[in-house]
Design a protein around this ligand. Sequence first.
Ligand code: NAP
Length: 414
Amino acid sequence: MTKELYEIGETPPLGVVPKKMHSWLIRPERFGEPMQAFAKEVIDVPEIADDEVLVYVMAAGVNYNNVWAGLGIPVDVIKARQKGGETENFHIGGSDASGIVYRVGKDVTSVKVGDEVVAHCGSWSKNGELVKQGKDPMYDPTFRIWGYETNYGSFAQFTKVQDHQLLPKPRHLSWESAAAYMLVGATSYRMLMAWTPNHVKKDDVVLVWGGAGGIGCMAIQIAAAMGAKPIAVISDESKIDYCMKLGAIGCINRNDFDHWGMMPHWKDADAYGEWLKGARGFGKAIWDILGEKRGVDVVFEHPGESTLPTSIFVCETGGMVTICAGTTGFNATLDLRYHWMRQKRLQGSHFANDEQAKGINDLVIAGKVDPCLSKTFTYDQLPEAHQLMYENKHPSGNMSVLVGAVDEGMGISS
Ligand code: NAP
């Protein structure tokens, strides 16, 4: 007989979906730091539509987006969904998952009950205007990040996804490693591989900001897998070894320089000259690693305001700076004279489509990209994992939380 509720770690028989599930919920009255925002509740397992799949979550990945969801800023994701007509007054986050298919909608043919899968977090309506025209669904107004902009993410025993979000779980990985890489990996893959003709090619020089960070560790490995020459930027010598092991050909410590922030005005000759000295020094550090005077073909950007002027400066003629965030601020400053004369490209990039998610999954399956799982948490420690991230005390690489997977013998690392 089907139980109404299974305990965490007590796996329901394959394909048996109980009425209720354990979940970590964010509610508006709890908005705040992660330790306050998340609370355990038992709620109904969600219904699925004809093109959706219910996945029994084995492990969930930890990403910064659900720190934001818990804070209720810059967007109150619950209110935003209610404006769109949804009624729930709670949010179940989680934009990375590994798990087992437990139920499929009647139109689903790509997966079946029992399949071991990972989920990417790109969701969109099949009826979206641009989707119907065969354009990149990332540009469609119906695009939503699953488990952030949509409800019923992976921080619960069951999660609801669209069929196209699912990819085969790499067989050599534990559940927690499989839950760690997709959001960061697919984002990095699109940044480096989608923007032809500037996609990363053999022998290209690729500068990776935050090389030991979540997306940075993926970028180094993708560039190395393409036969390119990744150079990592770090802020602490202790991260050098980590980046070199991932495939970096050299590292630059950004604390050796102090020209960060918005560029001075071009009419302020003294300040501009000082800035130029710093930027040239940084460029020389790149030449020293390469052993030749050569610019960067692809710059992997995300700090934004404080580093973008340098990124554009060191970019080779005809090269590209690809950017997915503005962690240090949103004012992008650059000297347009060099930008047009040297015909450089500044390319915004956001998550990934199905093809790019498959691109990173194939590299992981082939053993060319490691998920860089640095720490695994138990289900009860989910708020703690997010609190570490909120306080910027999280370790290099990526973190996971066990949901259905048990921790015995699973090699919980710390
Ligand atoms: P993370 O693990 O915290 O890593 C960020 C790295 O940035 C750190 O390791 C740090 O390395 C570096 N950094 C911090 N402050 C810096 C500064 N002032 N100047 C230069 N580098 C600095 O975060 P993540 O997961 O890699 O994510 C990075 C950013 O990308 C976040 O803003 C995230 O929200 C965004 N993101 C966007 C998408 C998208 O689809 N648009 C997807 C994933 C992530 P060092 O201190 O060693 O230099």
